[in-house]
Write a protein that binds this ligand. Structure first.
Ligand SMILES: C[S@@+](CC[C@H](N)C(=O)[O-])C[C@H]1O[C@@H](n2cnc3c(N)ncnc32)[C@H](O)[C@@H]1O
Length: 245
């Protein structure tokens, strides 16, 4: 079963592929945007949920999304057409680390995609290249809420704790002008939706050849979450301005 199909099914009831509820996404976008006529870039946009919400809320906003998943981009394109915002959305099937554009952006987003760049600071370096004077970055990444077990590090990768993460960002030349730490409810809700939507699809499609694997993947993911990383993993989104333009 293709990873992209698993991801699409797992996000059926939680289209934002990160542990944030709708109100948190709305608030973060509002703090990243000022006038509503911005050019916005999302590096690792997935199904485009952040851009779609910004486009619907701001009729003069223009958006560009970059992702390596054709399936996710097709979903974003289809939703944009349904919402009537497709004429203001450009999608690129490309590696976000290699993406170049002559257009500078007022807001550069990258949420849950830092692995595409090799970590948080390389993500900020990539985003900085696209930033217009006076622009902002909205970045979302993991951190360790508690000391992780070796298994948790192996499963999710290397992170710092929250204060150290913020120290690194500031030392890299950024000022946090807003932030949101995902709540216990947001973290759990994301995982219950991920595992539950995949399991439900498997039960509803017993004749699909992917059904047994979908059920097994859901169970393995739930087990890893509950036994290995639930107590240690946190997620933070930051709205950042460069210390100097
Ligand atoms: C956890 S999802 C987050 C999606 C979106 N930012 C959101 O919050 O809903 C990570 C996304 O990064 C994309 N991705 C992974 N590696 C990438 C790369 N090298 N270039 C562009 N996108 C990449 C994946 O296809 C996936 O859509």
């Amino acid at each position: 079963m293709q990873r992209e199909r698993i991801s699409r099914l797992a996000h059926t009831h939680h289209p934002v592929a990160a542990p944030l509820d709708d109100e948190s996404v709305r608030r973060l976008l509002e703090r990243g945007l000022r006038d509503g006529d911005e050019h916005v870039l999302d590096l690792g946009c997935g199904g485009g949920e952040w851009l779609l919400r910004a486009l619907v809320a701001h009729p003069k906003l223009q958006a560009v999304g970059v992702d390596t998943s054709e399936r996710a981009l097709a979903h974003a394109r289809h939703t944009a057409e349904t919402l009537g915002v497709a004429d203001r959305l450009v999608l690129h099937h490309a590696d976000a680390a290699d993406f170049t554009s002559t257009q500078p952006f007022d807001l550069v987003l990258s949420v849950g995609a830092a692995h595409a760049f090799g970590g948080l600071l390389p993500t900020l370096a990539a985003a900085r290249k696209h930033l217009a004077p006076g622009g902002r970055i909205l970045v979302g990444d993991g951190f360790w809420e508690r000391d992780p077990s070796p298994d948790a590090v192996e499963m999710l990768g290397e992170y710092a704790d929250l204060p150290t993460t913020i120290d690194h960002v500031i030392a890299d030349g950024w000022v946090p002008v807003y932030g949101h730490v995902s709540t216990r409810h947001e973290l759990d809700d994301y995982e219950w939706n991920w595992t539950g939507s995949l399991a439900e699809w498997a039960l509803d499609h017993p004749d699909d050849p992917d059904s047994p694997q979908a059920l097994a993947t859901s169970a393995a993911h739930r087990d890893g979450w509950l036994r290995v990383y639930r107590e240690a993993f946190g997620f933070v989104c930051l709205v950042l301005r460069p210390t100097s333009d």
